[in-house]
Every structure is written in structure tokens, then in C-alpha cells.
Design a protein around this ligand. Structure first.
Ligand code: ATP
Ligand code: MG
Length: 300
């Protein structure tokens, strides 16, 4: 699959209209994509095991999207094979009073993945240049000092975000960002489904419909965000999201190729630890014989 065409990392102007939300890449149908996804889910589990064992890097996956684009379902499917101990998901909603009392990065920074882990941000600090940009009145609750709001606040936020991401990357966190690009028409279909299917009613929120009315402003905010924060060290990917089965297959592939590029291997133990392993094996193999072994020499 040609992954580069979904990647934004150059600082060039982005026009979301040029990205086809119905694209299904090389796949003719759902089954083909599901077959690849099954293989990739297994492969991801292997790569995650090495990441955990190596303990030098972590992987941060950031998901942003309009409502009903399928963030939850991508996270559920792509991560379905992973050892739960090696993976953490954080969902960022409207900030609490405590969170508003800190800088905007705070709540996300304290949720970053530890070395060896995959951390997933279901929404993130990017809301600060998206929902807050569309609703600048939210800034009032942030009690920012006057100098912070002087000039181009959004340009300053892009710069801060880029710098922080560079710092994270330099210190071993691989940062991958996904914008799930759903069409306005498909969002409407999914909202209607949430209203009509009783088992989906709980997913429906009136606020989502209110936000939909700001669609064009959101698209503009997303385009600017992609242009200014799609960097070589922390690229964005614009993922077609009208076909959920393609969304999942594509996200899985991008994560796998990124992890494979790291070329991590299981740690090779130093000679001293290898000798300790050999001694431990000796102890285990002889524990029922009552015979002293080389491994217990001096301690038996
Ligand atoms: P779902 O797919 O279930 O709808 P969701 O991620 O949309 O999941 P919700 O609880 O519906 O979760 O919505 C979270 C809301 O919180 C979003 O509308 C989002 O824009 C808002 N939000 C997140 N971060 C901020 C922020 N920093 N300031 C203001 N609002 C925020
Ligand atoms: Mg929502």
C-alpha cells in the first residue's frame, strides 16, 4: 500500500477537499481489507512485545476527528491483539476545573506512555487549536495571561506543540498522528443510525449535532493544524474514514511500518547475565535429584 500519499509532514498548504473520504486504497472490498487487518493485528502484537522488551522507545498515537468518524472503533480493532499491559488509552474531553488551572499541555503530558508502551490519545492537546479555535470563547475559562493572547495565539500554539513533539521524539517517543477524515454526508448517516438503532442510542449526543453546524470552520481549523503541525518528526496522516474497514486497515499498516522502521530487537543479555541464566537452568533441572549442581556451588 502506498502510505506516503496519506502523510502530511511538509508544512505545505493542505486542502481537505483533495483527500477522498471514500478512498479504499488497494482494496476492492471489505473482506480483502479484513484479511490484511487480521495479519497486521498479529504482527502488531509481535512488534509491541519487542518494544516492551527493549524498553528504549515508546509510541504515541494521536487520534483526532469530527464526531462519529470512528476513533473508538479504530482503537478497538487495531489494538485488539495487543497485550493490555503494554498499551494505555486516554480520552480527552472538555477540561475539568483542575485541568483548566494548568497549561494546556499538562493533562496530556502526564498521560504520556512510559518506555516500552504504546500510548493512545483519543483527542489530545490538538483540541486546543481545533474546538477552541472554532469556539474562541472557551479561552476565557483558561485564564491565560494577557501576553499569551496577544498576537497570533494559534501560531504560538502550533510552535509550542511542534517543539514539545520534537523534544519527545528526541527522547525516544515515536509520535504518529491520525486525522480520521469523514465526510459530512457520512457523519449524518452515522448520527441517524445512532438515533434509530436502540443499541446505539447511548452514543448519540445533541452537542454533536450542534458542532456539525460548524463543519466548515472545523475543516478550516483542521487544514491549518495539518499545515503547521505536520512535521518530519511527528507527521499527520489523513485517513479516509467513510469506509470503516479501510480506516482500520490503513491505520494498522502505518503503525506497523513505523515500528518496523525502528528495527528493534529483543535485548541481547550481557555475558554475566547469560551465565546467571545458565546457572538458573542448572538449578531448575536438578531440583528434584537432591544432587548439588554447578549452579548451587557455594550456596548448597
Ligand atoms: P464519541 O465518539 O463517543 O462522541 P468523543 O471523543 O467525541 O467520543 P465526547 O464526550 O462526545 O467524546 O466529546 C468530547 C468533547 O470534548 C468534544 O466535543 C471535544 O471537542 C471536547 N474537548 C476536548 N478537549 C477540549 C478542550 N481542550 N477544550 C474544550 N473542549 C474540549
Ligand atoms: Mg462526541
Amino acid at each position: 500500500m502506498k502510505l506516503k500519499r496519506y502523510r502530511v509532514d511538509s508544512g505545505k498548504k493542505v486542502s481537505l477537499k483533495e483527500f477522498d473520504t471514500r478512498d479504499t486504497g488497494p482494496y476492492e472490498d471489505k473482506e480483502e481489507a479484513a484479511e490484511d487487518l487480521r495479519k497486521d493485528v498479529d504482527r502488531l502484537a509481535e512488534l509491541q512485545d519487542v518494544l516492551y522488551a527493549r524498553n528504549t522507545h515508546s509510541l504515541l498515537l494521536v487520534f483526532q476527528a469530527m464526531d462519529a468518524a470512528g476513533k473508538d472503533s479504530v482503537i478497538k480493532h487495531v489494538m485488539s491483539g495487543i497485550n493490555p499491559q503494554g498499551c494505555q488509552v486516554f480520552s480527552f474531553k472538555a477540561p475539568s476545573a483542575e485541568e483548566l488551572d494548568h497549561d494546556f499541555m499538562w493533562r496530556c503530558m502526564k498521560s504520556l506512555p512510559e518506555r516500552g508502551r504504546i500510548g493512545i490519545f483519543n483527542r489530545s492537546y490538538y483540541e486546543e487549536v481545533l474546538v477552541v479555535r472554532v469556539h474562541p470563547e472557551y479561552l476565557t475559562a483558561q485564564s491565560l495571561p494577557p501576553e499569551a493572547v496577544k498576537g497570533d495565539l494559534w501560531a504560538k500554539r502550533y510552535e509550542d506543540i511542534n517543539n514539545i513533539e520534537k523534544y519527545l521524539v528526541r527522547n525516544g517517543t515515536v509520535v504518529l498522528k491520525f486525522f480520521l477524515h469523514v465526510s459530512k454526508k457520512e457523519q449524518k448517516e452515522r448520527f441517524l443510525e445512532r438515533i434509530e438503532a436502540p443499541e446505539k442510542n447511548w452514543k448519540f449526543s445533541l452537542t454533536d449535532v450542534k458542532e456539525r453546524a460548524h463543519w466548515d470552520e472545523y475543516m478550516k481549523a483542521y487544514e491549518e493544524m495539518l499545515e503547521h503541525t505536520g512535521t518530519s518528526w511527528a507527521p499527520w496522516h489523513v485517513i479516509p474514514a467513510d469506509r470503516k474497514w479501510f480506516t482500520r486497515a490503513l491505520v494498522a499498516r502505518i503503525i506497523i511500518e513505523t515500528l518496523e522502521d525502528l528495527d528493534l530487537r529483543y535485548p541481547d543479555l550481557p555475558e554475566k547475565q547469560k551465565a546467571e541464566l545458565a546457572a538458573a537452568r542448572d538449578v531448575l533441572l536438578h531440583e528434584d535429584s537432591g544432587q548439588p549442581t554447578t549452579g548451587t556451588k557455594g550456596t548448597a
